[in-house]
Design a protein around this ligand. Structure first.
Ligand code: HMG
Ligand code: MG
Length: 313
């Protein structure tokens, strides 16, 4: 493998308002693997998570404590966490939809959870078997009990830039859902473009509405790359003060309950852009490409990431 340095790592060119450092929230083992047709063996998942940490990722969303019939790909959450050697300085958040999920997470010694809300009525039904309003009643005791137990709770908001059943989503609606999660005690809100339809101007509009309701320091962005806009959308988010970006190694991902959701923004593509902008992130792009190339072999198909394809042998 040649590696980033041999192909001309981008020299630094900064412009406009950009942060000095970005936290990458790696979602490959959760958002990536939840959408695979086949279930990946627990040994492979363990190696994936460990190699992501080796590459410098310090937040690795590891699995979900959801109903195993809803997401069979992650039904091994207990086994995975029992065998995972957790490292100092690395956080391993998991998704939790309800109190049953929280009990499982507590028993597994988890320190970081994420509840996941919908900005739309239809997706609340399809993803949580609930209503838009009902989802808050579902999460309220989860967030309260988790915080009492000393956990950090992130709140996702899905369908922030469009919903395949309802079409356009009003930015004020997204701000309202994010605000309610923030008031409930979520320390961070991750705004999801679940089906990857956003474009940069639209990102600005939603962030403008959300940051009227919650501080920008508490906002992360989560773009899927269905229409190839995820990186442009991320840049728009950084220019508006966002400093946490979700991505998945190799561009794995999607959502089994949202038609047309494809992979997340690839972590390698994000890292390449951040390097060019001189923004710190702590990830070794060559090591990460090695992980994604290995994972693609396990899955039997090439990684969607352009940077992986450019840098791999
Ligand atoms: P439900 O069927 O309404 O559940 O599903 P229920 O509360 O009526 O319970 C039914 C049975 O399930 C009971 O068992 C419960 O104990 C059991 P019984 O008494 O009948 O034997 N049960 C559970 N078992 C294990 N773990 C649990 C659990 N909860 C209930 N946690 C539920 C409601 C929320 C559980 C279901 O809808 C579910 O699991 N949904 C998860 C869907 C999911 O994981 N989607 C993907 C993640 S979201 C995403 O990808 C978007 C994101 O990336 C951001 C973006 O891109 O926008 C985050
Ligand atoms: Mg997602």
């Amino acid at each position: 493998m040649g590696g980033a340095r041999d192909v001309g790592l981008p020299s630094v060119h900064r412009s406009g308002r950009l942060p000095e450092r970005v936290t990458i929230w790696e979602v490959g083992p959760r958002d990536g693997l939840q959408n695979e047709k086949s279930t990946v063996a627990v040994d492979v998942k363990l190696e994936f998570v460990q190699r992501l940490a080796d590459a410098g990722l310090t937040t690795i969303e590891t699995t979900s404590f959801v109903h195993p019939k809803w997401v069979p790909q992650l039904a091994d959450a207990e086994q995975l966490l029992e065998r995972l050697e957790r490292r100092a300085g690395v956080r391993y958040p998991v998704l939790v939809p309800n109190e049953r999920g929280l009990e499982r997470a507590l028993a597994a010694g988890v320190e970081d959870i994420a509840v996941f809300a919908s900005a739309t009525e239809t997706f609340a039904k399809r993803n949580l078997n609930n209503t838009l309003d009902g989802q808050f009643a579902l999460f309220e005791p989860v967030v309260a009990r988790a915080r009492d137990a000393g956990m950090r709770v992130r709140g996702y908001v899905s369908m922030c830039w469009g919903d395949p059943w309802e079409g356009d989503v009003r930015p004020e609606q997204v701000a309202e859902v994010a605000g309610r999660l923030y008031d409930m005690g979520c320390w961070q809100l991750s705004l999801g473009d679940t089906i990857g339809v956003a474009t940069p101007g639209h990102v600005e509009a939603v962030l403008a509405a959300v940051t009227q309701r919650v501080p920008v320091d508490a906002v992360a962005v989560h773009f899927h790359d269905t229409y190839g806009q995820a990186l442009a959308n991320t840049l728009a988010g950084l220019q508006q003060g966002v400093t946490t970006v979700d991505s998945s190694a190799g561009g794995l991902g999607g959502c089994p309950y949202a038609k047309s959701a494809t992979g997340n923004l690839a972590t390698e593509d994000l890292v390449w852009m951040l390097d060019g902008l001189g923004i710190e992130h702590g990830v070794d792009v060559d090591a990460l490409v090695g992980v994604s190339t290995w994972m693609a072999e396990q899955l039997g198909r090439p990684a969607p990431s352009r940077v992986v394809r450019a840098l791999a042998e």
